[in-house]
Design a protein around this ligand. Structure first.
Ligand code: NAD
Length: 332
């Protein structure tokens, strides 16, 4: 099938080409991001392959349908950037990669926790300057601390078990309890209890209309002073301005982010020669207890192999008229 692969990054092209030896699609790699102004690139393509930063809002989907697109294959697990109601209305099928490597993201969340706790980034820059002073580098033992996981699906359940292995008492919040987590001794509690009793809170639920700004000023007020907050899920889950207030008042002691509400214009691009126009992001960069990575939690060799394989298999299933096991359906 002829596939327009939008937002192609050099690092994923090789994985897609390798996986395509099996699936034999006609892949056309396009660097531009999919948005209103680039839809014409999809002219006559029955399939579009999109990344998490592509624009899949109603007007874009409507135009895609008009130029002949039938299926949108996401190279991501998250699908909050797709207007599913519009996709249904315009007859577009949407498929995603639900589970490529939960360990990739889970291990990155743990890396953020350890790096923040033991102040590894500051320590490294000091050592590079031959400053071996330990002032300001004191960390804390993870054993015995209360760590909370919001969303115990594929990724969150791995994080919960890793935290338990460090000796943390692990609390969880999820509307659907995971029996594996319960068997591992993880205790499900209410969000309020989680906020008020946790030393570390890490987010692993999808972003939906109902949980936008799940962590807002009210939530921050309920948290323990000095709490560590980690978000590798989606930026919109936290109200960044409220978090900045929490950092200024020292209610939040540590912040680790792999995602940011307004990341689309920043992440995945080299902006080092540009003036940073986002004042909220600029403020975040000034805190010594904030560690930010640019949406790289998924970025392991194993994950990229799986993403390529599953994405192309999803397109093959669509082409052959098979059941689409990874279809994203409009819930309403
Ligand atoms: P999953 O579907 O396996 O699990 C999500 C869990 O969240 C489910 O158990 C669900 O019941 C729960 N949930 C839904 N709404 C909730 C809410 N309001 N509060 C608490 N729990 C809720 O998904 P997953 O594979 O574990 O991925 C989780 C999220 O991680 C994705 O939606 C995506 O946004 C993010 N992600 C980020 C990266 C990255 O590179 N940073 C990579 C992959 C996924």
């Amino acid at each position: 099938m002829k596939v327009a692969v939008f937002s192609t990054h050099s690092y994923e092209k090789t994985f897609l080409e390798k996986a395509n030896i099996e699936t034999k699609h006609e892949l056309i790699f396009l660097e531009p991001r999919l948005q209103a102004s680039t839809i014409k690139l999809a002219d006559d393509f029955p399939a579009v392959c999109a990344f998490a930063t592509d624009d899949l809002s109603a007007p874009v989907l409507q135009q895609l349908a008009k130029v002949g697109v039938k299926v949108v294959a996401l190279r991501s697990a998250g699908f909050n950037h797709v207007d599913l109601a519009a996709a249904k209305e315009f007859g577009l099928r949407v498929v995603r990669v639900p589970r490529y490597s939960p360990h990739a993201v889970a291990e990155h969340a743990i890396a953020l926790i350890l790096a923040l706790d033991r102040k590894l980034i500051r320590a490294h820059s000091r050592v590079q300057e031959c400053n071996f002073s330990l002032d300001g580098l004191m960390g804390f033992d993870l054993i015995g601390k209360t760590a909370a996981v919001i969303g115990t699906g594929a990724i969150g359940s791995v994080v919960a078990k890793l935290l338990a292995a460090f000796g943390c008492q692990v609390l969880a919040f999820d509307p659907v309890k995971n029996s594996d987590c319960e068997k591992a001794g993880i205790k499900y509690v209410s969000l309020d209890e989680m906020f008020s009793s946790s030393d570390i809170i890490t987010l692993h639920c999808p972003l939906t209309e109902s949980n936008h700004h799940l962590v807002d000023q009210i939530a921050v007020e309920k948290m323990k002073t000095g709490v560590m907050l980690i978000n590798t899920s989606r930026g919109g889950l936290i109200d960044t301005k409220a978090i900045i207030k929490g950092l200024k008042s020292q209610k939040i002691g540590y912040l680790g982010l792999d995602v940011y509400e307004e990341e689309t214009e920043l992440f995945f691009h080299d902006c080092s020669n540009q003036v940073l126009e986002d004042d909220v992001f600029a403020r975040l960069l000034t805190f010594p207890n904030v560690l930010i990575t640019g949406h790289q939690a998924f970025f392991t060799k194993e994950a990229l192999e799986k993403i390529a394989e599953i994405t192309l298999q999803n397109i093959s299933d669509f082409e052959a008229g098979r059941f689409l096991k990874n279809e994203v359906l409009n819930p309403s």
